[in-house]
Design a protein around this ligand. Structure first.
Ligand code: CP
Length: 315
């Protein structure tokens, strides 16, 4: 695996699943794989799970890590090629990525959508520029469009907890007081499309996702209908794609409640976290035995370690 920035980077699923199985059985079975190598994790945005799980995964294979909160002490980076750099940005990504790539063997980078300019966000410019100029493998720690480490985690979790070969998996929009990116939802659908699960997307009007992610996915604005007989209910807020980055309606009734979960086939509740209790999901649901949020988050280590091992095996 050269880079890990989308589901397209998985070239052999049987090798990936074999790796997942090995890591779950013996997380420290390959303690020397990363010996003498190091990874730089660059964050432009906050994180708990991505930061700590990726560091833990690296620790399991003897790979050193450095976390660089680039907005706190780093130079502001210019991403566009061919510009006159007379503004506030002191360094071009062309030099910065190449320099970091000369110090480290792998670079992880988190760069959320700005939610101002859709065309710009959907080019995933920061990830693409690092891929172009760093000269080493790049791992997306969540881009403006996708969150592949989260999606691999979600897939591992569903595979572990599914009771039928072809579970019904519902992705439901939920309310949130702040405008959030579409990355987790986009990526979740992109990864679900590689399975033969019954996948249903539900959201209020005005929250359609980009067609490249929803094409071929059953979609409805009727949340109750979608939840009928669901085996997994994956809940996430996202801001509007059409009216880009905006909260277009106050739809508090879309919160996932105990009553709504009764419509399902005793479904497991999933969320990538962090989650706002009693806004996105009622306490009763997230605290119930059917809630997978903690084992799901724990699988972030397995997912990150799988990606790192696949990268280092072919370094
Ligand atoms: N789910 C997730 O990516 O969590 P963090 O934002 O805390 O890393």
């Amino acid at each position: 695996m050269k880079h890990f920035t989308s589901v397209q980077d998985i070239s052999d699923w049987s090798v990936l699943w074999e790796k997942v199985k090995q890591i779950k059985q013996a997380p420290q079975g390959r303690k020397t794989l990363g010996q003498g190598k190091a990874m730089c994790l660059i964050f432009l945005n906050s994180s708990l799970r991505t930061r700590l799980s990726t560091q833990r995964a690296a620790m399991n294979i003897g790979l050193d890590t450095v976390v660089f909160d680039i907005n706190q002490g780093g130079w502001q980076l210019e991403m566009a090629d061919g510009v006159v750099m007379s503004g506030s940005k002191a360094e071009h990504v062309k030099e910065a990525a190449a320099v970091i790539g000369s110090y480290y063997d792998v670079i992880g980078i988190r760069a959320f959508a700005q939610l101002q300019d859709r065309a710009e966000d959907y080019q995933e410019t920061i990830i693409q520029q690092f891929k172009k100029y760093a000269g080493v493998p790049i791992i997306s720690l969540e881009s403006s469009v996708r969150h592949p480490l989260q999606s691999l985690t979600d897939l591992i979790t569903i595979e572990e907890y599914k009771k039928t070969e072809r579970p019904k998996v519902v992705l439901s929009w939920a309310p949130h007081p702040r405008a959030l990116p579409q990355a987790v939802a986009n990526s979740f659908l992109e990864w679900m499309k590689t399975t033969d699960y019954e996948v249903v997307l539900t959201h209020p009007e005005g929250y359609d996702l980009a067609e490249e992610f929803t094409q071929g996915i059953t979609s409805t604005n009727n949340q109750s209908e979608a939840l009928q007989n669901a085996d997994f209910v994956y809940v996430k807020n996202w801001s509007s794609y059409q009216d880009y980055g905006k909260i277009v309606r106050a739809d508090d009734e879309w919160m996932i409640t105990d009553e709504k979960m009764k419509l399902t086939n005793d479904a497991h509740f999933m969320h990538c976290l962090p989650v706002r209790r009693n806004v996105v999901v009622a306490d009763g649901v997230i605290d119930s035995p059917n809630s997978l949020v903690i084992p799901q988050a724990a699988h972030r280590v397995t997912a990150a370690q799988t990606v790192l091992e696949l990268m280092l095996d072919h370094a």
